[in-house]
Design a protein around this ligand. Structure first.
Ligand SMILES: *Cc1c(COP(=O)(O)O)cnc(C)c1O
Length: 427
């Protein structure tokens, strides 16, 4: 191990992290590949770990804490609502749930749309799948199929996993049924060919998040809209990652010509509190009746009130337009890296959801080196690093993140020229 490598890896982990990792290994199912850091506190774009280090969070959790960590107004809303009423079940009316649905109507620009509130992105997609199937079967009992895109990510329950376009994630859990047809994410003709009268919905993300930060082309969007109109299928926009300002629009589809029938929301909606939602309009909003779907916790007073505060703060502080501006600055920096460095290929994404594509499969190594440099990013693909800072990120913090990323790329390059050095563990 070279001295330089020793110094960088020594900056990650530590005794407190190792002790926690050992307790976790003895007590939790091992489904997560953790980075060697234990986070304890966060303020704005910054988090601190159990070893007392401070890190710049350029992932926002996972595109979740759009207002930054420990936002004081969200904290105040949670505290006051928790002291008044936390849970009632959905047997009774509660005002925050209605107030949130009204804010969703307003920000979507869909005054007649109707929401269903749940607890996560997978539950939002699950609700939308049931809504689409119900809507289809009301037209024809055979109208039950879904068309989705390769690389799309829609959740990990069995039905949302079946909709997710990643055969590797399917394999261990087969059978998942054969009611979903996946088509390439960049082939409008294949999409058009896959939709017939048996299809109840077409599923898409305006920018595929987990699939590598891949914006859909205008041709694919147009093919989806056209096929849905021709075959009376619902167009479902999974905006779990792209919604609530991240792409520089309230919702990503608003930056396109798409007019989805249903949107799925979650990640950024509660600034870290577990909440999901679907919003349906037109005939899609008429498909569910009493008893067709339900959830014990969904739309509970605390999370619904918190989400109202999130949307109010976004609106008052101009965070949606801010995401477009800060996103442009981040993107310009990533474009510069791609232009100047042999190890970087291109940048892609929109607003504050960006990826730096590398020329080789080194994203895990860059992510590990970035962590050692005090920057949280992730390897969204073997050759692509995702950057999705909170919408409240300042110009100065964007520049600081880019500087730390550049240092991490330099560390990887230096390591590659010292082949005897040890690679940090792949996440
Ligand atoms: C994260 C994500 C989901 C799943 O959300 P969970 O809250 O993890 O269930 C679904 N769709 C998209 C687009 C996502 O990014």
């Amino acid at each position: 191990m070279t001295q330089a490598t020793e110094d960088q890896t020594a900056a990650v982990g530590g005794p407190a992290t190792e002790a926690l990792a050992a307790r976790e290994a003895a007590a939790l199912l091992p489904v997560y590949r953790r980075q060697p850091v234990a986070l304890e506190e966060g303020h704005g774009v910054w988090v601190s770990d159990a070893e007392g280090r401070t890190l710049l969070d350029f992932l926002s959790g996972l595109s979740v804490v759009n207002l930054g960590h420990a936002h004081p107004e969200v904290a105040a809303t949670v505290a006051s609502q928790a002291a008044r009423l936390v849970h009632t079940s959905n047997l009774y009316y509660t005002e925050p749930q209605v107030a949130l649905a009204e804010r969703l109507q307003r920000t979507l620009g869909w005054p007649d749309a109707k929401a269903f509130l749940c607890n996560s992105g997978a539950e939002a997609n699950e609700a939308a799948l049931k809504l689409a199937r119900r809507h289809g079967r009301q037209r024809d009992p055979g109208k039950t199929r879904v068309v989705a895109l390769d690389g799309g990510f829609h959740g990990r329950t069995l039905a949302t996993l079946a909709t997710t376009g990643d055969p590797g994630k399917h394999a261990p859990f087969q059978p998942l049924g054969d009611w979903v047809t996946h088509v390439p994410h960049d082939d409008p003709q294949a999409l058009a060919d896959a939709v017939d009268d048996d299809v109840c919905a077409v599923w898409l993300e305006v920018v595929q998040g987990e699939g590598g930060v891949r914006p859909l082309s205008a041709d694919v969007r147009a093919a989806a809209a056209e096929a849905c109109a021709r075959h009376d299928a619902l167009l479902v926009a999974d905006e779990v990652q792209t919604g609530v300002g991240r792409l520089g629009h309230w919702y990503g589809f608003q930056g396109t010509e798409l007019e989805p029938d249903v949107v799925c929301l979650a990640k950024g909606l509660g600034n870290g509190l577990p909440i999901g939602a679907i919003v349906a309009r037109g005939e899609a909003a008429a498909a569910f009746g009493p008893g067709d779907h339900a959830t014990t916790f969904g739309g509970g007073p605390v999370v619904a009130a918190a989400a109202c505060t999130v949307l109010d703060v976004c609106e008052r502080d101009g965070l949606v337009a801010g995401a477009a501006q800060r996103g442009a600055r981040l993107r310009a920096g990533l474009d510069d890296l791609a232009a100047q460095r042999d190890d970087c290929d291109h940048a892609r994404g929109q607003g504050l959801l960006q990826a730096l594509a590398l020329t080789g499969p080194h994203a895990a190594e860059v992510t590990a080196r970035a962590l050692a440099r005090g920057l949280l990013v992730n390897a969204v693909a073997p050759d692509a690093v995702r950057l999705a800072p909170p919408l409240v990120v300042t110009d100065h913090e964007v520049d600081e993140g880019l500087a730390r990323l550049t240092a991490a790329l330099d560390d990887v390059a230096a390591h590659a020229s010292h082949p005897d050095a040890t690679t940090p563990e792949e996440p």
